[in-house]
Design a protein around this ligand. Sequence first.
Ligand code: DAH
Length: 340
Amino acid sequence: MQEDFQKLKQTAERDFRKVQTLEELEALKVKFLGRNSFLAQFSKKIPLLEPSLRPQAGRLLNEAKSFITALWQERKKELNLQQDKIDLSFPSYSLRRAKLHPLTLVIREICSIFERIGFEIQEGREIEDEWHNFTALNIPLEHPSRDAFDTFYLNIPSKRYKYLLRSHTSPSQIRLMRKRKPPLAFVVPGRVYRPDNMDASHSFMFHQIEGFAVDKDINFSHLKGVLAYFVQNLFSSEVKLRFRPHFFPFTEPSAEVDISCFICKGKGCSVCKKSGWLEILGCGMIHPEVLSSCGISPKKYQGFAFGMGVERITMLKYRINDIRLFFENDLRFLEQFYEV
Ligand code: DAH
């Protein structure tokens, strides 16, 4: 009997050494300690033995059980450790870092330039109504921009308003002037929509940044100073500005602003079409009618406003020649811009 147990322990020791996986180990445990194991069978037979032999048999049985259980536990610990082991020399996956979309980069850069001189950044709404998008901005009823060829009208039933996708960010001026009291200085970036056919320089959705300030004694030279600070920070400190008289219904006087071409330094190149100048935004002094429709007295307050197209500025800054590249999500294009 003693010999049988000795053998059993030896086989168990050898077998437990050999196993390499946790599954094999569990199978061995069943073999040596399970219901059909030699030990289980043996314990059933003890009561049938002669009484004088029973104590020794019991001792042998218990001793073998704890011996094998210890073998099992020890091997389990070893296999678990092996499984959790980390190979520090193993090459890791290379993580592809996200980059910001070029339009996001430029919007952030422009906003931060204006923030440095006290402008607050706000976002307007993309679904607007006719009153905010046109009427309050002094755009007459017969103006062609109100036409369905130039504005996306929405089929939202309402007795009060015709709803539309805003065709410019200027209605945000109206909302902010009606909500806040002067002094005001805001910059509003956002998407705008116009039913244009897509080509290298047109898209039915694009981005604008609107800016405006209202206070007592605001005049055109404040506008010039703010815009000079802006373009010199965005492009280069050597850039010159040129204000060309223009017309916008919501500003009087109005101007379009050109910057000296920062690529050829004004000598004339293909980007500025040999003129030496690049048009970058529209601006002017807020029309008294516009102030009035926002409940601000034009006798007490004046303001300036400006609006620019983000795609155009981004195309100039990064020398991109097709607006469609911004919206096609081709990684070969998008990956060329700065990391976060
Ligand atoms: N809203 C004009 C457009 O979409 C841009 C613009 C021009 C905005 C002059 C202004 C401004 O605030 O003063 O073409």
